[in-house]
Structures are given as structure tokens and as C-alpha cells.
Design a protein around this ligand. Structure first.
Ligand SMILES: [Ca+2]
Ligand SMILES: [Ca+2]
Length: 266
């Protein structure tokens, strides 16, 4: 693409962002909370997404618009086994039907207060990052379902501190092939629920959730309910295993001594 055209697109995007910013739901997260990984815990939060394709759209070559996804976050202060589950929210008039998909990343979006505004795909900074990271290709947004990606709320091409999402894993409901072969990570059972477990170290994590129906991009945008659940399971510490093994060993010694004693006195 010619440089002048790219600049025009950046300026057009900047203009569109400024005009439509108040009406758009830029990145704001639902916070599952902070978990220490030493005890079991769970949390559930319901929200909604516009359209049924936000997640799967980010698995293709031109990425996707984060406005079509919901964002959850959580923090671990120690290692933990974490199960994430997302399902359609059937409550509410006509809001059911989501075919959920999600990706898990380490990293968090900016606190909107720290930049004067939340992260969004069409900030001048995000348009610049998209241009750099795509090698100049046209992108639909900043979201990438299967890779690391970056976004910012900074309205300047001189991006100082983008939010960086480092890809960990993904899963989606059912099975999808939009012409490039079966997209890996489908659970093969189209029942409006998807669940996946991860073993994670202490840190901050973001989960981007949206629809997995690639073909529905041509349909009218409908707000679809989603219920997210996190289940944190304690991981036994190495010392716990050691104590367990020592305990078993001690019981063996006691049993052998008892046998010896019985022989001596029997
Ligand atoms: Ca796309
Ligand atoms: Ca399923």
C-alpha cells in the first residue's frame, strides 16, 4: 500500500474514533478477582457481546474488532489450576444463542484512568501498532485470537506503553471451518458451552470472549448474553507431597516394627 493512503486511513480512523468514541464500548473488563491458589475458589459474572462472531473473526488473517468481545480479568498470587467456562446466558429476552469462544492471555488492558481513556482498536496509537504488527496489511481491529497482540488508548503515533496480551491458549464451542480447514481448539460439541483448564503461575490474566460463528458476520448484530465462570483449584505444594511420602514411609516402618515385635513376643 502507498504511504499516503495508509496515512489517510490512519487519519480517517482517528477521525472516526474521535467522533464515535462516546457511543462505543471500548475495552472495559469484568474482574473475576484475585486468587491465592492455596485454596479452591470460584466466581461467575454475566455480561453480553454484540454479534456471534467476535472471537472466531480474530482467528483469520485480518484480525478482529475488540468491540465484538467481552473481556474478563483475574489475578493469581500463586500457582493454580484454573478452569474457565463460558456459556450462553439464557435469561433475558432473546439474548441466548451465543456460540462461545475465548482466548486466555497474560497481561491486562490499561486502567482507563491512567491514559485518560480506555484502550480501543481505532485510537491513533492502536492504528499505528496494527500497521506495524501486520506489516502494513489492512486489519479489522487489534484482536488476535491465536497470537500475541497489542492495543492502546493513546491518541498519538508515539505509543509509550501499549497493553500487551501474550497468548496462552484458547477454546471454542463446536467446530468451525471457514475455508482454511478445521480451526483447532473446538470442543466438537455444539451446546453453547465451552470449558478449558490451564495450569498458571502467579500473574495478571485477561480473557477475551466472543462468538464462534464465522458465517454470522453478515447477520444483523444482536446482543447475546454470556456467563463466565472461573474455578480455581489449589495445587499441592512440593512440600505437601514430600510430607505425604514421609508419612507413608513412617507407617511402613511402624508396621515392620510391629511385625518384629509380634515375632519376638509371640
Ligand atoms: Ca477477521
Ligand atoms: Ca461445547
Amino acid at each position: 500500500m502507498k504511504h499516503s493512503l495508509k496515512n489517510a486511513l490512519v487519519l480517517a480512523g482517528l477521525g472516526a474514533g474521535l467522533v464515535s468514541a462516546p457511543a462505543m464500548a471500548h475495552i472495559s473488563t469484568k474482574n473475576f478477582g484475585t486468587f491465592d491458589g492455596a485454596s479452591d475458589a470460584t466466581a461467575s459474572i454475566s455480561t453480553s457481546v454484540p454479534g456471534n462472531f467476535g472471537w472466531i473473526d480474530g482467528s483469520d488473517a485480518d484480525w478482529a474488532d475488540t468491540h465484538r468481545l467481552a473481556v474478563y480479568q483475574f489475578t493469581l498470587t500463586g500457582d493454580a489450576d484454573v478452569q474457565l467456562s463460558f456459556e450462553q446466558a439464557v435469561a433475558g429476552g432473546g439474548r441466548n444463542g451465543l456460540i462461545p469462544g475465548f482466548s486466555l492471555y497474560s497481561g491486562l488492558p490499561h486502567d482507563p484512568l491512567s491514559l485518560g481513556g480506555p484502550d480501543h482498536d481505532d485510537s491513533a496509537g492502536s492504528l499505528f501498532l496494527r500497521d506495524v504488527d501486520s506489516g502494513g496489511a489492512i486489519t479489522e481491529g487489534s484482536f488476535r485470537a491465536l497470537h500475541d497482540w497489542r492495543i492502546t488508548g493513546e491518541e498519538s503515533l508515539a505509543v509509550v506503553a501499549p497493553s500487551v496480551f501474550t497468548y496462552i491458549g484458547h477454546a471454542y464451542d463446536g467446530s468451525q471451518d471457514y475455508g482454511t480447514g478445521i480451526i483447532p481448539g473446538g470442543d466438537g460439541l455444539l451446546d453453547n458451552v465451552v470449558t478449558q483448564s490451564f495450569h498458571l503461575a502467579a500473574g495478571d490474566y485477561s480473557v477475551f470472549v466472543g462468538g464462534s460463528d464465522y458465517a454470522s458476520q453478515s447477520a444483523a448484530l444482536r446482543s447475546l448474553g454470556v456467563n463466565g465462570t472461573i474455578l480455581v483449584s489449589a495445587v499441592p505444594e512440593p512440600e505437601t507431597y514430600a510430607m505425604l511420602l514421609m508419612g507413608l514411609g513412617l507407617m511402613g516402618v511402624i508396621a515392620r516394627r510391629r511385625k518384629v515385635a509380634e515375632k519376638l513376643h509371640g
